[in-house]
Write a protein that binds this ligand. Structure first.
Ligand SMILES: Nc1nc2c(ncn2[C@@H]2O[C@H](COP(=O)(O)OP(=O)(O)OP(=O)(O)O)[C@@H](O)[C@H]2O)c(=O)[nH]1
Ligand SMILES: [Zn+2]
Length: 213
């Protein structure tokens, strides 16, 4: 992949997909590079246990970065429903798995999204799909939070959106500072969530005991 895809890049790159299967062009090249990496790490890339590893890793990395070929705006616009509901909609505890762009190690946790509609609602699963698309790109948690918020605000045009992500970063757990319990919380909001009372309503609903459902 020649282009820099680290920043906002919501273009639908589906033409880059290999029509034969679910993987993108460049898979064989990726596997070749991983074979080289195994050798550089001091392994015998030819030994039986590692023989298929380069291709497995290449496929895994294409899956973990599949968000580059998906259009989150389209996901939302495909399921817009006219509805006269003007209260808060919250989708909370959405699982997030992403890769930090500094170390290519996972960060993982929960994403909570709230919005107040403005004539239209979207399918609940679509909110989780938007989270999924942006998290399947190389990220920093702050940008991930902001991109989810911006996408929902620009596409659904609600009265406001708020996104909170709580995550653990494996680059802080497995290496480096080696802190196992540090949790990073990021948030971003727009529109009516500029009002402190609205944010407080969201935060108090987040703390609600949905575990009983
Ligand atoms: N703000 C932010 N920082 C992140 C995120 N993921 C990883 N990092 C941090 O990115 C920083 C990169 O710092 P560098 O000093 O360039 O890299 P490093 O020498 O590997 O840093 P250490 O992790 O402290 O060993 C580290 O402090 C990571 O904890 C993220 O999502 N947001
Ligand atoms: Zn990292």
């Amino acid at each position: 992949m020649a282009q820099n895809k680290g920043q906002n890049n919501d273009t639908d790159n589906s033409t880059a997909m290999n029509p034969e299967n679910e993987f993108r062009d460049g898979l064989d090249d990726l596997a070749t590079h991983y074979r080289h990496i195994l050798t550089l790490l001091g392994e015998d890339a030819q030994r039986e246990g590692l023989e298929k590893t380069p291709m497995r890793v290449a496929k895994a990395m294409q899956i973990l970065t599949r968000g580059y070929t998906q259009d989150p705006h389209k996901v939302l616009t495909d399921a817009l429903f006219k509805e006269d509901y003007n209260q808060m909609v919250i989708v909370k505890d959405i699982d997030v798995f992403s890769l930090c762009e500094h170390h290519l190690l996972p960060f993982y946790g929960k994403c909570h999204v709230a919005y107040i509609p403005n004539g239209y609602i979207t399918g609940l699963s679509k909110v989780a799909r938007v989270v999924d698309i942006f998290s399947h790109r190389l990220q920093v948690q702050e940008r991930l939070t902001q991109q989810i918020k911006d996408c929902i605000q620009q596409t659904l045009k609600p009265q406001g959106v708020m996104v909170v992500i709580e995550a653990k970063h494996m680059c802080m757990q497995m290496r480096g500072v080696e802190k196992q319990n540090a949790i990073t919380t990021t948030s971003d909001f727009s529109g009516v969530f500029n009002d402190l009372t609205t944010r407080q309503e969201f935060m108090s609903l987040l703390r609600g005991e949905s575990k009983r459902i």
